[in-house]
Ligand binder design. Structure first.
Ligand code: SAM
Ligand code: SF4
Length: 338
């Protein structure tokens, strides 16, 4: 007689990688217009295209049942979607024995003063906050619509609420290039992890990406002239590689899609707010989960669509930033979710 399996469910792709991590872009809208992410006059998706929050929750639940153990909500700006706290609270219920190990969020910090306490109550323990400069005037220039004091107030409330914080900064040539050391010292002084990201060629923006691109190999060599960077095996489930900075005692992460391809250990897929599943941030292939979700109240069809999509997960991406200024992938980071 066959015994029922007691092994945890798992999603395995054709290259043997276990897909345990789902990033969910809950909205493509944002209260900022960062120069490397969006054009100033962005056209957003019509509201009728969006999944309801209940549908997003149902899809997340199917992924968790199938073996996803970590959810990260992102966007656009996840905290500007109306009613998002209800979704976060419901997802948080899957944390205690419901199959989910971690529920996190990537945010620009603008709404944290309002939501930090509720996030903790819902079970969120760690958040990523994107800040590219500590200079107020430069911050306004990079984000176009953002204000640094509002984000700093948000960070303070997140800290008071007990959230662990990682600061993410996109390295931008000639913009924050010479501020990176100060930002690292500030973040580590506050007890925050600090991670640098290379700009990726996603979506049309108003500027030339070749002018923005700063390889992190250059940043690392410069830091190494003054600091001892010790490679450490620390992992958060994402693509960052970490070093410990002896002089500050803090952790510094590098996300290097351009200079060092990290696809071999990719454990994630991305779901957009319209129910499109992208198996790779850097490829156009996608699967529609909205139709099978709406076709039946049972989850069999959508579960099958997920299996078919995972079977097509590509080996990796192939980003190139060149003078012809055509993005490698036409959709913006705010669509797929960073
Ligand atoms: N609005 C939230 C935020 O800014 O944290 C979440 C979404 S945002 C798209 C997620 C991350 O992607 C941010 O850290 C942002 O700096 C980064 N990002 C956006 N466009 C990018 C690009 N073209 N290349 C690299 N990183 C990018
Ligand atoms: Fe908005 Fe985040 Fe994109 Fe900036 S990086 S425009 S905050 S989605």
């Amino acid at each position: 007689m066959t015994q029922p399996s007691t092994a945890s469910p798992s999603i395995i792709d054709p290259f043997g990688r276990m897909v345990e991590y789902l990033r969910v872009s809950v909205t493509d809208r944002c209260d900022f217009r960062c120069v490397y992410c969006m054009a100033e006059d962005m056209t957003f998706l019509p509201k009728k295209e969006l999944l309801t929050l209940e549908e997003l929750e149902r899809l997340c639940a199917v992924f968790v049942e199938k073996g996803v153990r970590k959810l990260r909500l992102t966007g656009g700006e996840p905290l500007v979607r109306r009613g998002v706290m209800g979704l976060i609270r419901n997802l948080g219920k899957m944390l205690d024995g419901g199959g989910l190990d971690e529920l996190t969020l990537t945010t620009n910090g603008s709404q944290l003063a309002r939501y930090s306490g509720e996030l903790v109550d819902a079970g969120v323990r760690r958040i990523n906050v994107s800040i590219d400069t500590l200079d107020e005037e430069k911050f306004a220039r990079i984000t176009r619509w953002g204000r640094l004091p509002q984000v700093m107030a948000g960070l303070e409330s997140a800290r008071k609420a007990g959230l662990a914080i990682k600061i993410n900064a996109v390295a931008l040539k000639g913009v924050n290039e010479h501020e990176i050391e100060d930002m690292m010292k500030w973040a580590h002084g506050q007890g925050f992890d600090f991670t640098l990201i290379e700009t990726m060629p996603l979506g049309e923006i108003d500027e030339d990406r070749t002018d923005q691109y700063l390889p992190l190999s250059t940043v690392r060599s410069r830091l190494e002239e003054k600091y001892s960077l010790l490679d450490i095996p620390y992992k958060t489930g994402g693509p960052a590689r970490y070093v410990k900075v002896s002089e500050t005692g803090g952790r510094l992460g590098f996300i290097t899609p351009m200079t060092h391809n990290f696809c071999e250990s990719c454990n994630r897929v991305r779901l957009t707010c319209t129910g499109t599943l992208y198996m790779c941030l850097g490829q156009d292939d996608a699967a529609d989960l909205r139709a099978p979700l709406r076709q039946s109240e049972a989850n069999d069809l959508v579960s099958q669509a997920i299996d078919e999509a995972i079977a097509r997960k590509p080996k990796g991406h192939d980003f190139i930033i060149g003078r012809d200024s055509t993005p490698s992938v036409s959709r913006h980071m705010s669509t797929t979710g960073g």
